[in-house]
Design a binder for this molecule. Structure first.
Ligand code: ASP
Length: 490
């Protein structure tokens, strides 16, 4: 086949009557003896193709199977059947072109087979949400070919692009922070990575960029953001993933109100631009104190939707006025040694009227944090706080949490020093980006909006991670493996 420029399927309607070349996958094949019908698919759409009256082309057509990769030459013809009429009516009504272009079809004049494919383990044309998830994850590249998953991943990319643009326009600087870092006391268990160059020492993978983003405020960056990978070695209850993505932000010279308003604007813009079919229940977003949420709903992420059956209704609510501390008995924080632990973040500040109590370590149970969560349809989709920028306040918080002065120096010396170097007042927030995308895409789990998620046991069935490593690798790291405890039934 002589080379021609490739036409993307979504643009075929503009080429009626022309000879074109498309490249993509065989989505469906219908062999009808003297004729063969196909649906072809590329990243932009689907279109029907037909082979008729060309014996040498028909011969090749008959060998093709679903998911084979092909280059197809043909003439673009306007369709005039019932489906075509319905298609045009829909375009007229919605102004949007559905993925399957039924306005035209391709009168095929030639094929080139670019690659063959084994029969896929499930149908790419189906909605795979009902298929065994282990099978889907093991064959994720096939799963991602389906239209629903393509849409989820592409909408995620669009949302990232839009948020980057908005934040850049607001003078935020996108800054990457390290993935190899030091254990941070943020409440969960750390993933650790052995260091070869400093044997017997370990890096921790970040639970969040909390300390780095605050150090960036010490560094005079003033407005930071990042789509950050966060890693937490937790038991995978419910819909958690060992690694997930936050849209992480930090701002200098701001108060709670500034952060709330900026984030509210961002969320509204995101919905209006990418999800015009959705309705935000209330703007400005309502606010509710932690105490009120607990009293009325029994939890701090209330679902306040007027109509829970409406998939296009978005009910945002800010939860504010959290208690700063709680008794460790009520917490699952493994690092808390004292009687008190933080409810969200040890680096937070209290509301102004409690700063003296915070400094003096008095009235602890009543101290209210300058902390806010954003909740959507019953899910916490983000949270943040104004931080303690005075090193003496941070020191006092850490003492309340039961850390000895020696431990404070060892674990937080760098933060105290940075705060004491001329750090501006600052605060921030982080969005659980996967969760937000899950809700916007009307999905039930965050795994549906993550390209390569882990399964319920924290494994990646496609790459088969985690896996063992070689004796040489262990030797280099000076690591000796202990025998595993015997299982009960052995
Ligand atoms: N680092 C916090 C978290 O991961 C969010 C924040 O306070 O900005 O929950």
């Amino acid at each position: 086949m002589e080379s021609t420029i490739r036409t993307m399927i979504k643009n075929l309607s503009e080429k009626k009557g022309e000879e074109v070349l498309i490249k993509g996958w065989v989505d469906v094949k219908r062999d009808q003896g003297k004729m063969a019908f196909f649906d072809f698919r590329d990243a932009t759409g689907k279109v029907q193709g037909v082979v008729f009256g060309k014996p040498e082309v028909l011969e090749v057509a008959k060998t093709l199977r679903p998911e084979w990769v092909v280059a197809v030459k043909g003439k673009v013809q306007e369709r005039n059947d019932k489906q075509a009429k319905a298609y045009r009516e829909e375009v007229e009504k919605t102004g949007k072109r559905p993925f399957f272009n039924k306005d035209v079809e391709l009168e095929i004049t030639g094929f080139e087979i670019l690659n063959k494919a084994e029969t896929p383990v499930f149908e790419i044309t189906s909605d795979t949400s009902e298929i065994n998830e282990e099978v889907r994850l093991k064959n994720r590249y096939l799963d991602l070919r389906t239209q629903r998953m393509q849409n989820n991943i592409r909408m995620r990319a669009k949302a990232m692009q839009l948020l980057r643009k908005e934040l850049n326009e607001e003078n935020f600087v996108e800054i990457e922070t390290p993935v190899l870092t030091k254990s941070t006391p943020e409440g969960a268990r750390d993933y650790v990575v052995p260091s070869r160059l400093t044997p017997h020492h370990f890096y921790a993978l970040p639970q969040s960029p909390q300390q780095y983003k605050q150090l960036l405020m010490s560094a005079g960056m003033e407005r930071y953001y990042q789509f950050a990978k966060c890693l937490r070695d937790e038991d995978l209850r419910g819909d958690r993933q060992p690694e997930f993505t936050q849209l992480d932000m930090e701002m200098s010279f701001v108060e709670e109100e500034d952060i709330i308003q900026l984030n509210e604007r961002l969320l509204i813009t995101l919905v209006e631009k990418l999800y015009p079919e959705k309705r935000i229940q209330q703007i400005p977003f309502p606010r509710m104190s932690y105490a009120e949420a607990m009293e009325k709903y029994g939890n701090d992420r209330p679902d306040i939707r007027e109509d829970k059956n409406d998939p296009n209704l978005l009910a945002f609510v800010w939860i504010v006025d959290f208690p700063f501390f709680e008794k460790t008995a009520d917490s699952d924080d493994p690092q808390a040694k004292g009687e008190w632990t933080f409810t969200h973040n040890p680096f937070s500040l209290s509301k102004p009227e409690f700063v003296e109590d915070l400094k003096a370590g008095k009235n602890i149970e009543n101290i209210v944090a300058a902390q806010y969560d954003i909740v959507l349809n019953g899910y916490e989709i983000g949270g943040g706080s104004i931080r303690a920028h005075d090193p003496e306040i941070l020191r006092s918080i850490l003492r309340i949490l039961g850390h000895s002065d020696e431990k404070i120096e060892e674990n937080f010396g760098h933060m105290l020093k940075a705060l004491g170097s001329g750090t501006p007042p600052h605060g921030g927030i982080a969005w659980g980006f996967d969760r937000l995308m899950m809700i916007l895409q009307n999905e039930k789990t965050i795994r549906e909006v993550i390209a390569f998620p882990k399964n319920g046991e924290g494994r990646d069935p496609l790459m088969e991670a985690p896996s063992t490593i070689t004796q040489e690798q262990l030797d280099e790291l000076f690591i000796e493996l202990k025998e595993l405890p015997k299982k009960k039934d052995e």
